[in-house]
Design a protein around this ligand. Structure first.
Ligand SMILES: Nc1ncnc2c1ncn2[C@@H]1O[C@H](COP(=O)(O)OP(=O)(O)OP(=O)(O)O)[C@@H](O)[C@H]1O
Ligand SMILES: [Mg+2]
Length: 448
């Protein structure tokens, strides 16, 4: 590529692989291509078959390259929050000349102080994914965002260090390299997601971001513009599909279509009498099933996932944060999911849908977040991240505001929203039998 104004985001998801190619032009980021292919070789957010993942990445990248009409060579990828640890880190170096006099702080000094912060006792199975500097301290003067050009004899850096299992990092890198690409950055997925899905106020005052993926559900607590905590529940939208398949005795493919076409996450929104045909295994004629029954299956699984998240979030008092909950990820497109979440978490809930043309579906929020994250990174953050990767530090200067737009034609992904609103307007009925059904379904659910 050799062109620093092209950025490529890659999201290796359990259900699908998403790629976007963005171009930085005249202080603006334009999305010039995207790819989205069915995933293979992942289980609950984690790579389990490198060959299959490589094939899927290649296909998604090819799609995006064809749309953008360019060839890419490096990508910024999200690392899932599984077993993520967030800790504070600190480094200190002497920067004076040999004669003890102070000298101007340079890029190399920022690299050296990062290396000093990296000297920590990490268990052998963990690696550093990212370090985000909070502040630099020069000769005791704190609160410095960029120490370069200043004069001093002692430089300190304080920041947040994110570590993850070596195996996840290794497998992610391996898949990308085997797909013929270079890893430009590895970014903690919820950190990047919060970049695009939360407002400045939410990041500042605090909010909970929930990514409703296919293989897993990830809650991230952001406060003071920092990712404070993550919780991964290894169940997601694909479990909902599996439940529908088991309860209605239909194939996974059919179940997925039923979920998307007739599904509601909140039984109160489904119309009891409304029916749809289901192809049942071993039967010639389709069976008629009510929307209410389908909603009960969906709701029961989601209640279980949200219940586990609520326990974890209550323990750290996160539900008291003023920003409430922001839902995104593929399953956030399911009508009624906001209402159900509001009922269970008892806080204000909203849905985040990206606004970039053609990508107005919540499953694209993650990959858009990755690109926004890397384009907004300032020079000092770039030096710190490149030091982690052992890459030569090449600073990319730009002045990007949150100003993404997609240079393409027609739009997709809004059909679901229409369906949702249409149903919300209809009379909602209370369903006294709901609890009974939830219990009935419990036997189908393997609670880990
Ligand atoms: N319109 C829709 N209605 C209902 N469910 C949907 C819709 N679109 C996508 N989904 C569901 O969203 C899930 C996929 O979401 P997403 O693409 O965010 O997951 P992923 O990133 O591939 O997986 P993960 O993050 O768990 O590794 C699937 O379970 C899919 O059925
Ligand atoms: Mg995902």
């Amino acid at each position: 590529m050799g062109n620093s104004s092209i950025y490529v985001g890659l999201d290796i998801g359990t259900t699908s692989i998403k790629v976007i190619i963005a171009e930085y032009l005249k202080d603006q980021i334009n999305i010039i291509g995207y790819g989205n292919t069915r995933s293979a070789g992942l289980n609950r957010g984690v790579i389990v078959d490198i060959d299959q993942v490589v094939r899927a990445i290649k296909e998604a990248v090819k799609q995006a390259e064809e749309k953008a009409n360019i060839q890419i060579s490096e990508v910024s990828v999200g690392v899932p929050a599984n077993m993520l640890q967030i800790e504070r880190c600190k480094g200190m170096i002497a920067i004076g000349n040999e004669d003890g006099n102070s000298k101007e702080i340079s890029d190399v000094d920022v690299q050296r102080v990062t290396e000093a912060a990296l000297v920590q006792n990490l268990p052998p199975e963990r690696d550093v994914i990212d370090i985000v500097p909070d502040e630099f301290i020069v000769d005791g003067f704190d609160g410095i965002k960029d120490p370069r050009g200043m004069v001093g004899v002692r430089l300190e850096m304080q920041g947040v260090m994110y570590t993850g299992p070596k195996t996840i990092l290794h497998n992610t890198r391996k898949c990308i390299e085997r797909a013929g690409l270079k890893v430009r950055d590895m970014i903690v997925a919820p950190l990047a997601l919060s970049q695009s899905a939360l407002t400045d106020g939410e990041k500042d005052f605090g909010a909970i971001l929930i990514d409703l993926g296919g293989g897993q559900t990830t809650a991230a607590v952001v406060h003071d513009h920092q990712l404070k905590y993550t919780y991964v529940d290894q169940e997601g939208g694909d479990y909902v599909t599996r439940d529908i398949s088991v309860v209605l005795n239909t194939s996974i493919e059919n179940a997925e279509i039923l979920k998307r076409n007739y599904g509601y996450a909140d039984v109160n929104l489904a119309l009891g009498e409304e029916t749809f045909p289901v192809n049942v295994v071993g039967q010639q004629e389709p069976e008629l099933v009510t929307e209410e029954y389908l909603a009960q299956i969906i709701e029961a699984r989601l209640e279980q996932i949200f219940g586990k998240l609520k326990d974890a979030l209550t323990q750290i008092n996160a539900l008291q944060l003023p920003g409430g909950i922001i839902l995104t990820g593929g399953l956030a497109a399911l009508p009624g999911v906001r209402e159900l979440a509001q009922r269970i978490f008892e806080v204000n809930v909203k849905i985040f849908i990206p606004q970039e043309m053609n990508l107005r579906i919540p499953s694209f929020a993650q990959v858009i977040g990755i690109v926004e994250y890397v384009t907004k990174e300032n020079e000092v953050e770039q030096i710190v991240r490149r030091t982690l990767d052992g890459q030569d530090v090449v600073i990319e200067q730009r002045n990007v505001e949150k100003n993404m737009r997609l240079v393409e034609k027609e739009e997709a992904g809004e059909e679901k929203e229409t369906r949702s609103n249409e149903k919300k307007d209809k009379e909602t009925e209370k369903q006294p039998s709901k609890r009974r059904f939830s219990r009935l379904f419990e036997k189908f659910f393997d609670i880990d």
